[in-house]
Design a protein around this ligand. Structure first.
Ligand code: ZN
Length: 67
C-alpha cells in the first residue's frame, strides 16, 4: 500500500489532530497511512496499540486537568 512517492521522497505528514490535543497524529497525504509520535518524539505507525495508548493517555490527561 506504500506509494512510490513515499519511497522516493518520504511520507508527507499532515496533522490530523485538531484543537487542544497534546498527542500528535499525522496522516501521509499520499499513502493515507496514519502515524503518531511515541514517547521519544519518533514518528511511528499508528497501530491499534498506539491508538489505544493515545486514547488512554488523553483520558488520563483530561481527568487530571478536570480536577
Ligand atoms: Zn506515505
Amino acid at each position: 500500500m506504500k506509494k512510490l512517492v513515499c519511497k522516493v521522497r518520504g511520507h508527507q505528514f499532515v496533522s490530523i489532530k485538531k484543537g487542544e490535543h497534546r498527542l500528535k497524529e499525522y496522516q501521509c497525504r499520499y499513502c493515507k497511512q496514519k502515524y503518531t509520535e511515541d514517547g521519544y518524539g519518533q514518528i511511528v505507525r499508528l497501530t491499534r496499540y498506539w491508538e489505544m495508548n493515545n486514547l488512554l493517555f488523553e483520558r488520563h490527561y483530561h481527568n487530571k486537568t478536570a480536577i
